[in-house]
Design a protein around this ligand. Structure first.
Ligand code: CTP
Ligand code: CA
Length: 238
């Protein structure tokens, strides 16, 4: 359903949404970033609010107006986002990782601006990178050892083009099994969606089986994701 005639099936629920794209600082003026606009995360926030949820929105470098009613916290890097998610996970009913999180960060951030070596016109700096934490996988692990009675539903997103390793669907199914999240929203990006208004997704479960499909606006996709998520929510204590 589009906004308007939606069920209030998230009333009393808290949904944590990550949105946007992290930035890894290399020096005081440069960063490693990505093209995520934050629009899908924003659409999820709007849809969850319309369905009655309390929404905590962790925004990584998003240049959009906060959805009215959402509790927005801005973060910069993957490490900041990881910390912000972990601090909230125990208190929410669902986590939706729509943010594009950097896989690599600078092994060490230069305190000074990295300069060209003018005496050696062909020389280039070698950037040493380090892996970031996989927030989605880590959240699934933290949940499995948590003593907290409420087990939040955890959903991720994956953008795949397909290639030598298989079709977008095959790669998405492998990723779903690897991540272990309850839901993985698979976006076939071979045609390019960054910043686009429309989207087409298949929603996979932790076994890589297709549990839903949607195409259209990012709000339509968001409602389809919430449709798949609602039946998996933890049982309410009353
Ligand atoms: N993700 C995460 N932490 C990371 C990287 C990704 O939580 N360090 C989350 C994203 O928010 C998304 C999901 O994992 O919900 C899938 O992201 P994707 O980049 O497709 O997966 P990766 O495991 O990083 O695989 P790839 O090598 O294809 O980038
Ligand atoms: Ca990645």
């Amino acid at each position: 359903a589009e906004d308007g005639a939606v069920r209030r099936d998230l009333a009393g629920r808290t949904v944590l949404v990550t949105a946007g794209g992290t930035r890894e600082e290399l020096d005081p003026v440069r960063y490693l970033g990505n093209h995520s606009s934050g629009k899908q995360g924003w659409a999820l926030a709007h849809a969850a609010l319309a369905r009655g949820a309390r929404v905590q929105l962790l925004a990584a470098n998003v240049d959009l107006e906060t959805p009215p009613g959402a509790e927005r916290v801005d973060v910069g890097s993957a490490a900041e986002l990881a910390e912000a998610v972990e601090a909230r996970l125990d208190g929410v009913d669902a986590l939706v990782m729509a943010a594009a999180v950097a896989d690599f960060t600078a092994a060490s951030r230069s305190g000074d601006k990295i300069k060209k070596d003018e005496s050696q016109p062909d020389s280039v700096p070698v950037l040493a990178l380090a892996r970031t934490r996989d927030i989605l996988r880590h959240s699934v692990e933290v949940r499995s050892v948590s003593s907290h009675p409420a087990r939040p539903v955890i959903a991720g997103f994956a953008a795949e083009t397909g290639g030598e390793g298989g079709t977008a669907l095959e790669l998405g199914a492998q990723k779903a099994r690897r991540k272990g999240a309850d839901l993985l929203v698979l976006n076939d990006v071979s045609t390019g969606v960054f910043g686009a208004e429309d989207n087409a997704v298949r929603i996979l479960d932790a076994q890589g089986e297709i549990r839903g499909e949607a195409s259209g606006s990012k709000v339509t996709v968001a409602h389809a994701v919430l449709d798949a998520l609602v039946p998996r929510l933890p049982v309410l204590p009353w």
